[in-house]
Design a protein. Structure first.
Length: 107
């Protein structure tokens, strides 16, 4: 795994979660959304808002892991390695890939 693959999987996980909000009746968040009984247009707006918020949080998390952002008010360097022992953090690749996939491709 490399930085690109890691970010790709997290972006896919975010999308899977958003999809489940509409399709998984057992999810607490999906239940709360359903209980709002919003018209389709407003439900789409709520989902777009959640997508934006989750994107911002995921971006912060990934940058935090790369040591490029504070998380919870603290900024630290973290060492994250793939199965081959290669560093995924600390060299800026995770930060660059997170920006590319979460901000450039979303525009």
């Amino acid at each position: 795994m490399n930085a690109k693959t890691l970010v790709t999987h997290w972006v896919a996980e975010k999308q899977h979660y958003l999809d489940q909000l509409q399709d998984t009746p057992g999810s607490r968040a999906a239940g709360l959304l359903r209980d709002l009984a919003l018209p389709a247009e407003q439900q789409a707006q709520v989902l777009a808002l959640l997508d934006c918020a989750l994107t911002d949080q995921l971006y912060t998390l990934l940058l935090g892991l790369d040591g490029a952002a504070s998380v919870g008010g603290l900024q630290h360097d973290f060492a994250l390695y793939n199965e081959a022992g290669q560093a995924l953090t600390g060299n800026g690749e995770l930060e660059a890939e997170a920006y590319a996939q979460l901000h450039e491709q979303q525009s």
